[in-house]
Ligand binder design. Structure first.
Ligand SMILES: [Zn+2]
Length: 125
């Protein structure tokens, strides 16, 4: 189950308001529906996920355990839609790891403002 189906959990994980979480989740659920037809080039499974080996992201298939480059041409459209490209969700992992101050230093603004701008950009894209 995708985290986008549970805005409350998403809000908690990302340290954002429920209202913003709902807007983001709605958007990503629509996007995910569009990419449901994309399957693993090797085994045809839909069990693809974006993973991280500690230094960079890659695509893994939990059907055949193959891994693919994050910019693999065949999975490009799929990747575009995934949580790896949900910058808020991505940074939320850094927040739990390094704390919100560290992330705010990195992005150069308040987390709240960053999330708001990111969400506005989503909705108009
Ligand atoms: Zn596979």
């Amino acid at each position: 189950m995708s985290i986008y189906e549970n805005p409350k959990e998403y809000a908690e994980q990302c340290h954002i308001s429920l209202d913003l979480a709902k807007r983001r989740c709605e958007h990503y659920i629509k996007r995910i529906e569009l990419t449901e037809k994309v399957v693993c080039p090797e085994c045809g499974s839909r069990e693809l996920c974006i993973d991280n080996d500690g230094s960079e992201d890659f695509i893994g298939c939990t059907g055949c355990w193959n891994t693919y480059d994050i910019d693999d041409e065949r999975l490009k459209n799929w990747v575009k839609m995934q949580c790896g490209f949900d910058e808020v969700l991505r940074y939320s992992k850094d927040i739990s790891k390094y704390g919100i101050e560290e992330v705010e230093r990195n992005i150069g603004q308040k987390w709240e403002e960053f999330v708001k701008a990111s969400t506005d950009a989503l909705v108009t894209s």
